[in-house]
Design a protein around this ligand. Structure first.
Ligand code: M6P
Ligand code: ZN
Length: 159
């Protein structure tokens, strides 16, 4: 995940211990219309500098495909944005379902101090498009400031 977090020095420092940031256990079907994939994701608690551990985040290759998450354990946030970088975010807590509309990139963030575990359900033909997020990130970042979770403008975001 080199380049995904703001604090490059902290990132390199953390690599000495090489912690697992998140794990995905996906059951994926053949990529055909009408079928569903599902995946359980575990994001471990932790931060790089003041930025919480998070997933890479992606658009769908078939960008009109939506996605649904059911939070099972822990505390976190779903950050999503449209193709122009207009972002929105919603808190995740056990038994809360959160929805990613078509044409929206999505990333999940563990803002708690225990693993964040959620189930994702998405069309089998959605596909993952990591390109633009890997390059530009999201327009917002989620950090801890004075013990509080804060959503801030990404200083590296170029719209
Ligand atoms: C969820 C789903 C998966 C995704 C995973 C990790 O389980 O959205 O499709 O792979 O989160 O997210 P990412 O692939 O962006 O790292
Ligand atoms: Zn997705």
């Amino acid at each position: 995940m080199k380049g995904y977090f703001q604090d490059i020095n902290e990132w390199e420092h953390m690599l000495e211990e090489n912690p697992t940031i998140y794990e995905v256990y996906a059951i994926e079907q053949e990529e055909k219309e009408g079928d569903l994939n599902f995946a359980t994701t575990v994001i471990h608690p932790g931060k790089v500098g003041n930025e919480y551990f998070m997933t890479k985040g992606h658009y769908h290759s078939k960008s009109d495909r939506a996605e649904l998450y059911l939070c099972l354990k822990g505390k976190g946030m779903l950050l999503s944005q449209d193709i122009n970088g207009n972002a929105s975010w919603v808190e995740m807590e056990p038994m809360r379902m959160v929805y990613v509309p078509p044409h929206h990139a999505h990333r999940t963030i563990n803002t708690g101090d225990s693993p964040l575990i959620f189930l994702a359900i998405y069309p089998a033909d959605a596909g993952h498009d990591y390109g633009s997020i890997a390059e530009k990130g999201f327009s917002k970042i989620v950090v801890e400031e004075n013990g509080k979770t804060v959503v801030k403008d990404n200083p590296k975001w170029l719209s």
